[in-house]
Design a protein around this ligand. Structure first.
Ligand code: SAH
Length: 248
């Protein structure tokens, strides 16, 4: 079981597979008023940076599930490196429909809400793993400014304008689903660069090392076009954030 190969090439050096900097991830951990031994579940945990750094900084415990063997291995290595391997564990697997065997205090899905078939389905899925009064963390894109056309939206990792909402409307949707939005930390253009621009050097290094790989043509094409695409579209139009929700 694995994710498409382009991600394991372009994001192989990322610790955070989202438009968040280490500082923003730390800010999120600091504002949630985490307490020692709180239990977290993270669906689509990537390379495990959230659970590992929060275990180090706030003594939480947690489990992450991710479909990528590479990212899962990186998460386990990071836990060892930060000395938190007894607090966090990482499972390689499909998180679709996953409910924690033991209920958790915080259930998260950060930038992987297709796991629950969209934001609404992911909220319902995460809720099934939560203790009463537990918190949901959900990472979602939104429009910083509405694109003028569906074509521009398609350059912003969307299929159409209708795929994402402006920030106020996204917050309204969480309310309509019965949740208070109790915190949020948003990406900015610089943290978008940490996600997007960090792929470019990784792709270039990979191309230099693997010129004859069958995938090299595709990676070369992306490296030719991605910096301009990001500068012209994602950077201006696309927002992203993590929202902390408590059921009303
Ligand atoms: N939350 C992490 C990773 C976000 S990227 C972070 O912020 O760094 C999206 C992640 O979802 C990738 O690591 C990918 O491997 C994982 N993923 C995609 N489909 C999945 C599925 N069905 N089950 C579990 N993980 C999945």
């Amino acid at each position: 079981m694995d994710i498409p190969r382009i991600f394991t090439i372009s994001e192989s050096a990322h610790r955070i597979h989202n438009p968040f900097s280490a500082e923003k991830l730390a800010t999120l951990g600091a504002v949630l008023r985490l307490e020692p031994d709180m239990r977290l579940l993270d669906l689509g945990s990537g390379s495990g940076e959230m659970l590992c750094t929060w275990a180090r900084d706030h003594a939480i415990t947690g489990t992450g599930i991710d479909k990528s063997p590479l990212f899962t291995a990186q998460a386990r290595a990071r836990a060892e490196e930060l000395g938190v391997a007894r607090r966090v564990s990482f499972i390689h697997g499909d998180a679709t429909g996953h409910v924690a065997p033991e209920k958790v205090d915080i259930a998260a899905c950060i930038g992987a809400t297709w796991i629950g078939g969209g934001a609404a389905g992911t909220l319902a899925l995460l809720a099934r793993s939560l203790v009463p009064g537990g918190m949901i963390l959900i990472g979602e894109p939104f429009w910083r400014q509405l694109p003028p056309s569906d074509e521009v939206a398609r350059h912003c990792l969307a299929g159409a304008i209708a795929d994402f909402l402006p920030l106020p409307d996204l917050i309204t949707v969480f309310g309509d689903r019965g949740y208070d939005v109790v915190e949020m930390v948003l990406a900015d253009q610089d943290s978008w660069d940490r996600y997007e621009a960090a792929k470019w050097l990784t792709m270039r290094r990979w191309l230099d090392a693997n010129p004859d790989d069958a995938f090299a043509g595709e990676v070369r094409q992306l490296l030719n076009t991605e910096p301009r695409r990001h500068a012209a579209y994602t950077r201006d139009y696309l927002g992203w954030g993590v929202f902390a929700l408590l059921a009303r």
